[in-house]
Design a protein around this ligand. Structure first.
Ligand SMILES: Nc1ncnc2c1ncn2[C@@H]1O[C@H](COP(=O)(O)OP(=O)(O)O)[C@@H](O)[C@H]1O
Ligand SMILES: O=P(O)(O)OC[C@H](O)CO
Length: 497
């Protein structure tokens, strides 16, 4: 019997493949960064062919690294940066435009129009989402409106839309399977999360032909098999979920009220709300966690657009650190930020502010401000944004969190995790496997093929690596947080004409 599951974690900055064993331990992992394309201020694109190329490259690489045969892999689970939009030609398999990335702000004017018409309320009710350039719907519309001949071709049924999961599955099956799962569909702004259908009224409003949309399936399901030409054998593709929902699953947050926060390019806090779609009054999103065992379960989500990406900015643009882990070393060289706040609103602000026109700001600078202060303030901004979201989540759900489960690349930073616990006044638990996104996708795939039999079996694989206790007094905590709120005010609406 095959002994492993392979996860594809196609993230915003890198494509990763990880092989897991039955105990949920990493056997081997391979990762490759790819190009970020910024054609204009506020625009972000990826090359879909590069995404496919890097993803398949790391998949082949990791099999070799693990020293196993493709026959040893029981199934593949896919998880992906969500919302990012690809439109391709059904006959040639070639994208007609670059992938428009979730962070891209180009469709803000389309969103403004929807809001001016008052259509945003309807969208909120049907999709659980706030009208924002973040989601796929307006990105599809932009491509159809701006790429020559695209609308005509789409109406003739010659074009296909997909998020990255769909694009990968389509390529893995050499064009045989055009599907997505409930969790990814719930991020498009054209999917009705209550009726579990593409929403005809929203499609008509955005002028998107339904025939270009993928079929929506459960998150744990055999969608198809990899074409034999790829790995030499046909491997079932049996799990598909958006990366943040996959992380919720990988953290074994199976019961209502359980929450996790993933610190990657952005930062995403999700709370399981069970079979109930809880509406938000505070700027959170109501989203589908997954479809499994014949039903869907929902989550409340706080989406923060820039978290680890701000550390990459320190590295690549300001060039004041050589690598991300070094941010911790510099932050610990000073006692505080010397009054400096960084608001990394590089692509606007997500939850709970939803300001497409906010931009990055550094405030509180004095002559004594050093690079260590800016580095520390950038790390702290990740924790403050998380507090904004946690407060909203506690209000919407009526649940006070006893502890926050964390994961993702930047959760390796001990300074950040301690400051996070301090500024929340809540303990933080980091598991041994922080690649919970990939782990969640593996679990979903493994459950579909009988590699694992139940969520109870999976729960036992969760083990703590480090526990952080709040160690800051309340007065200091509230004073610092008040400064943050003031800094956010300065960043808001900056780019509004
Ligand atoms: N030790 C660290 N301290 C702070 N940030 C880190 C650290 N290690 C990684 N990061 C940040 O985490 C992000 C990578 O995390 P990952 O979970 O791989 O993200 P994604 O899936 O979004 O590509 C990068 O933005 C990187 O700057
Ligand atoms: O690539 P990540 O891990 O930052 O995740 C991106 C999110 O899915 C965007 O919604």
């Amino acid at each position: 019997m095959a002994k492993y599951i392979m996860a594809f974690d196609q993230g915003t900055t890198s494509s990763r493949a990880i092989i897991f064993d039955h105990s949920g331990k990493i056997v081997a992992s391979q990762n490759q960064e790819f190009k970020q394309i910024y054609p204009k201020a506020g625009w972000v694109e990826h090359d879909p062919m590069e995404i496919w190329g890097t993803q398949i490259g790391v998949a082949k690489g990791v099999i070799e690294k693990a020293g196993i045969n493709p026959e040893d892999i029981a199934a593949i689970g896919i998880t992906n940066q969500r919302e990012t939009t690809v439109v391709w030609d059904k006959n040639t398999g070639k994208p007609i435009y670059n992938a428009i990335v979730w962070q891209c702000r180009r469709t803000a004017p389309i969103c403004d129009e929807l809001k001016n018409k008052g259509f945003d309320k309807k969208i909120r009710e049907k999709t659980g989402l706030v009208v924002d350039a973040y989601f796929s719907g307006t990105k599809i519309k932009w491509i159809l409106d701006n790429v020559e001949g695209a609308r005509e071709k789409a109406e003739k049924g010659e074009l296909l839309f997909g998020n990255i999961d769909t694009w990968l599955i389509w390529n893995l099956t050499r064009g045989k399977v055009h599907v997505t799962d409930y969790s990814n569909a719930s991020r498009t702004m054209i999917f009705n999360i209550h009726e579990l259908k593409w929403d005809k009224e929203i499609l008509a409003e955005l002028n998107i032909p339904e025939q270009m949309l993928p079929e929506v399936k459960p998150s744990s399901y055999v969608y198809g098999y990899t074409d034999k030409s790829i790995f030499g054998v046909e491997i079932p593709i049996a799990g598909d979920a958006g990366d943040q929902q996959a992380a919720l699953f990988g953290q074994a947050c199976f019961k209502p009220g359980m929450a996790k926060n993933t610190y990657g390019t952005g930062c995403f806090m999700l709370m399981n709300t069970g079979e109930k779609a809880v509406p938000s009054n505070t700027g959170l999103l109501t989203t589908i966690a997954w479809g499994i065992d014949g039903k869907v379960e929902y989550a409340l989500e706080g989406s923060i657009f820039i978290a680890g990406a701000a550390i990459q900015w320190l590295r690549d643009e300001l060039r004041i650190i050589d690598n991300s882990p070094q941010s911790e070393e510099y932050a610990l060289k000073v006692e505080d930020t010397n009054g400096v706040y960084v608001v990394p609103a590089f692509v606007g602000l997500g939850a709970p502010y939803w300001d497409m026109y906010a931009r990055g700001t550094i405030v509180g600078l004095t002559r004594g401000a050093k690079r260590e202060h800016i580095i520390r303030a950038t790390l702290e901004s990740i924790a403050y944004q998380t507090r904004d979201v946690l407060e909203a989540m506690q209000e919407d759900s009526g649940i006070r969190l006893q502890a926050l489960k964390v994961d993702g690349g930047a959760s390796a930073n001990n300074f950040l995790m301690q400051f996070q616990s301090d500024i929340l006044g809540v303990p933080v638990d980091r598991p041994q496997v922080i690649e919970t996104t990939a782990l969640g996708a593996s679990y979903l795939a493994g459950l579909a093929v009988g590699f694992w039999n139940s969520r109870e079996e999976i729960e036992k694989n969760w083990n703590v690596d480090k526990h952080f206790e709040p160690a800051m007094d309340n007065e200091k905590r509230e004073k610092l947080y008040k400064g943050w709120k003031k800094a956010v005010e300065r960043a808001m609406k900056w780019a509004e004409e």
